[in-house]
Design a protein around this ligand. Structure first.
Ligand SMILES: *[C@@H]1O[C@H](CO)[C@@H](O)[C@H](O)[C@H]1NC(C)=O
Length: 275
């Protein structure tokens, strides 16, 4: 918006104020002014509505670990039966982390398969918060709380709608998703059985108060794997402090030789670049 146009709009509205304008002129002014304000309104609307996070819950099938075939929708009990949700089986919520691509990483379907191999009758639900996770890291990290709260609503609803005991609920979150799981657990009305944090994210969470990150308060049992806590420039991708009842640091937690080193390096480089 250049100053000339602002002056013109000002001129136009002052004329409208002084003169007895016809409704057509009024409409014209309104629409010009409206158009002028629209992008600004958008800006404020985005800031005022942090709850714009879209969180989806896809019940994956053992035969199609990669495909989102059936979504369970909070408040719509018929989606539970439509997706063949079993209220007596274990329920896993798999929660991804920060993303640049806006797509699920390949570990998601591998984990789905692994969980079904162990628990054939389980409900393995992949939580999709890609929309809020595909952001500048700092923004995505800030979104973890609101996303966690939405998941908490989902947990409260599914507990009531299906009568499932929350002891059967196991949240598994990777990186930022580990903190999302923490917020989900702490905001749910009743405690979930277990949260597993897979290399919970460090930046913006290290040293924070327990209620602002994954902590032992968030579930009856919180177990954590720290796999990439090797710092660079004082920054560690994975959180270094213990945040669960049990914290495991394979190879000292620093890094895992030969284990997807490229992915880890790419992540650390992008993170270093974005911060
Ligand atoms: C649910 O189970 C029925 C009966 O086994 C099957 O026909 C149907 O395709 C299943 N639905 C989904 C979404 O998997």
């Amino acid at each position: 918006m250049n100053t000339w146009r602002v002056r013109f709009l000002y001129f136009l509205t002052s004329i409208a104020a002084v003169q007895n304008v016809t409704s057509l002129e009024e409409e014209l002014t309104d629409s010009i002014f409206g158009n002028f304000l629209d992008p600004v309104k958008d800006l404020f609307e985005h800031k005022d509505e942090p709850s714009r996070n879209v969180v989806r819950f896809s019940l994956r099938k053992p035969s199609h670990p990669d495909d989102d075939l059936c979504y369970i929708i909070s408040g719509e009990a018929e989606t539970l039966s439509a997706c063949n949700f079993s209220s007596t089986a274990k329920t896993f919520l798999v929660i991804h982390g920060w993303t640049l691509s806006g797509m699920f990483e390949s570990w998601v379907s591998k984990l789905v398969t692994a969980l079904y191999e162990r628990e054939q009758t389980a409900n393995v639900i992949v939580v999709d918060w890609l929309n809020s996770a595909q952001n500048h890291y700092v923004v995505a990290a800030q979104n973890t709380k609101a996303v966690g709260q939405e998941i908490a609503h989902f947990i409260d609803w599914i507990e009531e709608a299906s009568n499932m005991p929350l002891d059967n609920m196991h949240l598994i979150g990777y990186s930022l998703g580990a903190h999302v799981a923490g917020f989900a657990g702490s905001h749910a009305n009743n405690k979930v059985g277990r949260i597993t944090g897979l290399d919970p994210a460090g930046p913006d969470f290290e040293g924070e108060h327990a209620h602002r990150r994954l902590s032992p308060d968030d579930a009856h049992f919180v177990d954590v794997l720290h796999t990439f806590t090797r710092g660079s420039l004082g920054l560690s991708i994975g959180i270094q402090q213990p945040v669960g009842h049990v914290d495991i640091y394979p190879n000292g937690g620093s890094y895992q030789p030969g284990c997807n080193l490229r992915g880890a390096l790419e992540k650390s480089l992008t993170l270093a670049y974005l911060l």
